[in-house]
Design a protein around this ligand. Structure first.
Ligand SMILES: NC(=O)c1ccc[n+]([C@@H]2O[C@H](COP(=O)([O-])OP(=O)(O)OC[C@H]3O[C@@H](n4cnc5c(N)ncnc54)[C@H](O)[C@@H]3O)[C@@H](O)[C@H]2O)c1
Length: 282
C-alpha cells in the first residue's frame, strides 16, 4: 500500500471544517465509513450534532465548535486534535460562505466576513496543522476547498471569486513549498461548480459584528439559486471525488467536466489579449 492509499484508512485521523453540512458532512460520513477517527469542526453546534447523529455507531469522533476565521480557535482545534488523537493524516479546510452583489456596492463587512472564512480559514488551518504534520513526519494530505470560482470570474460574485482564486494560488504555493522540502505532505485543491448544499443560506452563520450586508445581493439571488439547485452532482459525489483525488494524489479536483471549457476560455482571453468573456450560463 502506498503512502497516499493509506491516508484514508481505518484508524487514521481526519480533521474536517464545515462538517455540519454539505461537503464537510458528506466527507465525514465517507471517512467514518472507512473507520477513520474524526475531528468535526463547525461554527454551528446544531449542525454538528446532526452530522454526529448520522455517523455509523462506534465512530470515534470529536466535535469542536470553531470559527475558522479566528486564528486562536483554529490553533485550539489543532491542540484538541493532538490531545485526543495525535497526528492528523487528512485535513479538509472546507468551511465557506458566500455573498453576492455588485462590486461597487459591497460593504467592508461583506469582505471581512467572506475573506475571513473562505481565505483566512484555510490559511489558519495550514498554519495550525502543517507544522505539526511536518514534525510528526507521517504521511498526510491537505485538501483545501476552493471552487470553480477560483478559476473564472462570475458577475455578482466578486468577493467569493477573489476568496477562491486566493485559495487556489495559496494551495499551489503550499504544494511547491512542501515539494521543495521533500515533505510527506500532499495537497489538493477542491474546485467544484454548482452543488445543492446549504451554501445559498450562508448568512445563517454571519457574525452580528459583520452584519452590514450590501443591498444588491438580492439582484443576483435568483440566478445563483437556479444555478446551485440545478447542479448535477451531489455533495456525496464531491466527497467521493475528494477520496479519489487523495488516493491518486491528484492536486486539482474538478468534479464538473463542463467547467473546464469556461476555464479554457478565460485562459485564452488572457493569452490572446481579448476582453474577458462572461462564461456564466444566462
Ligand atoms: N455548494 C457549491 O455549489 C459549492 C461549489 C464550490 C465550492 N463550494 C465550497 O464548498 C465549501 C463547503 O460549502 P457547502 O457547499 O458544503 O456549504 P454548506 O453551507 O452546506 O456547508 C458549509 C459549512 O461551513 C460552516 N461554516 C460557515 N462559516 C463557518 C465558520 N466561520 N467557521 C466554521 N464553520 C463555518 C457552516 O455552518 C456549514 O456547516 C465552501 O468552502 C464553499 O465555498 C461550494
Amino acid at each position: 500500500m502506498s503512502d497516499t492509499d493509506s491516508i484514508m484508512a481505518a484508524g487514521k485521523v481526519a480533521v474536517l471544517t464545515g462538517a455540519g453540512s454539505g461537503f464537510g458532512r458528506e466527507l465525514a460520513l465517507l471517512c467514518a465509513g472507512r473507520g477513520m477517527k474524526l475531528v468535526l469542526a463547525d461554527i454551528q453546534a446544531a449542525a454538528l450534532d446532526e452530522t454526529l447523529s448520522l455517523l455509523p455507531a462506534g465512530t470515534d469522533a470529536l466535535p469542536v465548535i470553531c470559527d475558522v476565521a479566528k486564528a486562536d480557535q483554529v490553533m485550539a482545534l489543532a491542540d484538541r486534535t493532538d490531545q485526543r488523537f495525535g497526528a492528523t493524516h487528512l485535513l479538509f479546510n472546507n468551511a465557506g460562505v458566500s455573498v453576492g452583489g455588485f462590486s461597487w456596492a459591497t460593504t467592508e463587512a461583506d469582505w471581512q466576513w467572506v475573506l475571513g472564512v473562505n481565505l483566512m480559514g484555510v490559511v489558519h488551518g495550514v498554519r495550525a496543522f502543517v507544522p505539526r504534520m511536518l514534525e510528526a513526519g507521517t504521511p498526510a494530505h491537505v485538501v483545501n476547498t476552493a471552487s470553480a470560482a477560483g478559476f473564472v470570474s462570475v458577475p455578482g460574485s466578486s468577493i467569493y471569486c477573489v476568496s477562491k482564486h486566493a485559495v487556489v494560488t495559496f494551495s499551489e504555493c503550499l504544494h511547491h513549498e512542501l515539494r521543495s522540502e521533500d515533505a510527506k505532505i500532499n495537497v489538493s485543491v477542491l474546485c467544484p461548480a454548482f452543488v445543492s448544499t446549504g451554501i445559498l443560506d450562508s448568512a445563517r452563520n454571519r457574525p452580528a459584528e459583520l452584519a452590514e450586508a450590501n443591498p444588491t445581493a438580492a439582484h443576483f439571488a435568483e440566478r445563483r439559486r437556479q444555478a446551485i439547485t440545478s447542479g448535477r452532482l451531489s455533495a456525496a459525489d464531491i466527497a467521493a471525488a475528494v477520496a479519489d483525488a487523495v488516493a491518486a494524489n491528484r492536486f486539482y479536483i474538478l468534479p464538473h467536466e463542463k467547467i473546464k471549457r469556461a476555464i479554457e476560455i478565460r485562459m485564452r482571453d488572457i493569452l490572446d489579449g481579448r476582453q474577458p468573456t462572461d462564461t456564466m450560463p444566462k
